[in-house]
Design a protein around this ligand. Structure first.
Ligand SMILES: Cc1cc2nc3c(=O)[nH]c(=O)nc-3n(C[C@H](O)[C@H](O)[C@H](O)COP(=O)(O)O)c2cc1C
Length: 340
């Protein structure tokens, strides 16, 4: 299953393996450079079907750290285009995660903003509560970033609505204490961001949304109530990427192989949408079984792909799947008794 192709809308992937978005902390003033190019192209050579570029800020104060990629200006397009060109040359599909850190920004010379004026913890500044006009501006910036992502050649964008960052802060009752329409309707901000992104991104291209399905806090979101929120706006995205945690420092959870799989399975059924499962799935048998059991449509690998850029090639060998190797590396393909 892991090596079966899949088509979702116009997105055709040669296999079910997704590189999870992971900050590489290598950008200078938001610009992509050769380190990013080598990093992502290596995973494309390793036969990752779908690559999601790390959290990329739609405005400077939306960066998680000063070393984050940015997409708040046209100047960023060329650097990103060299990454999309190279990854596509190796047959991968490639997208970018559009993000805003909100109250979890560590960029100290920027004003930190959030739906409500509540600090993440005592080591973070208290955020400025966004006015409705300021919310409007951020929504427009998501759209502008999506337009630039299109120009840079990305096949899809992923909207980062997980891990306690700005969109998650609007979705969660723990962080959204507003009394206006954005407080009464917790999904409204995400809904408006998705509409703006849709309007600015090629209509045939796909939109992913990444959520924290479980906030590990009785006062926060869980798969059931998040499913209800998302069901009203699921027509605005194509693939749901199911993660968890990050809304506050109290959320205590234990990780184990496939610890988020049941959330993906639940939301897949509830929303009737293709889902990506993620979270300690680098054991290829567990990943493969999750697909066989129809718990997910795609499997994202994070740390497994940091550890081994050729994870898909090695997983194929272990699963006895005879997949194509890149021409330059073909003589290293191990066939039964050894090197060819
Ligand atoms: C170094 C590192 C950076 C990460 N950066 C991001 C990010 O930019 N956006 C995001 O949504 N998740 C981020 N994550 C979370 C991963 O995408 C993934 O969900 C998590 O690592 C669990 O998957 P794994 O067990 O396969 O590593 C990051 C994780 C790591 C280890």
């Amino acid at each position: 299953m892991l090596f079966e192709p899949i088509i979702i809308k116009n997105l055709k992937s040669k296999n079910r393996i997704v590189m999870a978005p992971m900050c590489t902390y290598q950008a200078v003033n938001g610009f992509a450079n050769n380190s990013h190019l080598i990093h992502y192209a290596s995973r494309a050579i390793g036969q990752t079907g779908i690559i999601i570029l790390e959290a990329t800020a739609i405005e400077p104060r939306g960066r998680i750290s000063v070393d984050d990629l940015g997409l708040w200006s046209d100047e960023f397009v060329d650097g990103l285009k060299s990454i999309t060109d190279e990854c596509k040359n190796h047959g991968s599909k490639i997208g970018i995660q559009l993000a805003h850190a909100g109250r979890k920004s560590r960029v100290l010379d920027e004003e930190i903003v959030a739906p409500s004026s509540l600090a993440f913890n005592s080591s973070f500044p208290t955020p400025h509560e966004l006015s409705k006009d300021e919310i409007e501006e951020i929504i427009l910036k998501f759209g502008e970033a999506a337009k630039r992502a299109d120009k840079a050649g990305f096949d899809f964008v992923e909207i980062h609505a997980a891990h306690g960052y700005l969109i998650n802060q609007f979705l969660s009752p723990i962080t959204n204490k507003r009394t206006d329409e954005y407080g009464n309707d917790k999904k409204l901000f995400l809904e408006r961001v998705l509409k703006e992104v849709r309007a600015n991104f090629s209509p045939e291209k796909t939109i992913f949304v990444r959520v924290s399905a479980e906030e590990y806090n009785i006062a926060g979101n869980n798969p059931e109530n998040l499913g209800e929120l998302l069901s009203e706006i699921s027509y605005l995205f194509d693939i749901l990427h199911v993660s968890s945690g990050g809304i506050d420092e109290n959320s205590d959870f234990k990780t184990f192989p496939g610890y988020q799989l049941s959330f993906a399975e639940y939301l897949k059924k509830e929303l009737n949408k293709p889902v990506i499962a993620v979270g300690l799935l680098q054991d290829e048998n567990i990943a493969n079984q999750a697909l066989k059991d129809n718990k997910a449509d795609l499997i994202a690998i994070g740390r497994g792909l940091l550890n081994d850029p050729y994870w898909p090639l090695h997983a194929a060998k272990k699963l006895n799947a005879d997949i194509e190797w890149p021409k330059a590396y073909l003589r290293a393909k191990i066939i039964d008794s050894g090197l060819k």
